[in-house]
Design a protein around this ligand. Sequence first.
Ligand SMILES: [Zn+2]
Ligand SMILES: [Zn+2]
Length: 443
Amino acid sequence: MANRERMAPADAAFLHMDRPSNLMVVNAVMWFDSPPDWALVRKVFQVRMVERYPRFRQRPVDTGIAVGPFGAPHWEDDDTFSIDNHLHHRALPAPGGQQELQELIADLMATPIDASKPLWHSYFIDGYGAGSAVLGSDDNPVFARMHESSALITGATLDAARAVHEGTAQHAVNLAGGLHHAMRDRASGFCVYNDPAVAIAWLLTQGVSRIAYVDIDAHHGDGVQAAFYDDPRVLTISLHESGYTLFPGTGFPTEIGGGEATGSAVNVALPAGTADGGWLRAFHAVVPPLLREFRPEIMLSQHGCDSHRLDPLADLMLTVDGQQAAHSALHDLAHEICGGRWIAVGGGGYEVVQVVPRSWTQLLAVATGGALDPSTEVPPGWREFVATRSKQPPPVLLGDGTAPSYSHWEPGEGDVDSPLDLAVAATRRAVWPLHGLDPVGRW
Ligand SMILES: [Zn+2]
Ligand SMILES: [Zn+2]
């Protein structure tokens, strides 16, 4: 009998929304400056996709048995699978410009995919300008110069780590970095190469023996955690919206590191809706005591600002002022604990007019002299730039007009009726004893 696997709920929902009047097709286009060796590209598809990931050889099956709103769809091996049914070779009509390519894409997107076969197709397209193009579907879309741009980002974080390690700079920031979901062997969650993991691995080769990684992005820093899960030299702490409600679905307090390194992975899975006060209460109940106990020689922190209340992808409710308090707290801890040796990287952030520029301006300010007054007016030149580039009214002030405060975590288990306190207590119970700390004590 063919291999079967239950379909993830998101995939099932996607499948059920797909109908002739509403085709659910994910597309990506990659182009080459000159015609590639198609036989080689075909082999790459075969080895890196079809052989490595069973999904490329599986078709969707819906048994029709009603379980929940979507029935019980699953994936099943397609015994008649042939890569030739999925790779197609086409030539663009002359003159092979943008318009001809767009017409071809529009035509393909309007054609339903045969659901009795695996749900993917790639088109090798000749005659696009002086080169060629590939059209395909994937979760992390391919894009032009994918390797070059991802490698540049990684190199910048590596340079930041080198500067701090060698003492040419006390702090260094790479706003383009923080691609914390990328795994050793695959891209994930918009991240191609994991720049924090590469920088930390390099620091280890330089003989640094205790490195702390603190991740305040709304999503779990799963790729960095995975890279050093069994390495006691690297303490990873991630505060994020719970994996029950947000990608990547991991980062629970029970993930504590493996083997010799138990206790070296720390996760605070915050309830959706957590705002400044709750977030800062959780941060201060977990991060400073662990860093003081671990005594890192150098600290790398990831400052994804998708925790903001306006961010479209996540469900946390921070303000720019709460995020600035977090940037400042990490900076102060670096000075207190590791002689100021601090590398800061960016990360997620999908509200690119109101949130990302203001939050990361504050991060740069913190790293270069001190947070700016939140009542500072946004420079008129930048406001004009925003007005010409987006339809949104630009922000007027640097801050959101809030003055975040929080109640400090006192000895004990917190408030048992508060989901936030339950989350914090779960983290402390999971890892405090492994660091010689008392989870219900002073720290
Ligand atoms: Zn994120
Ligand atoms: Zn400083």
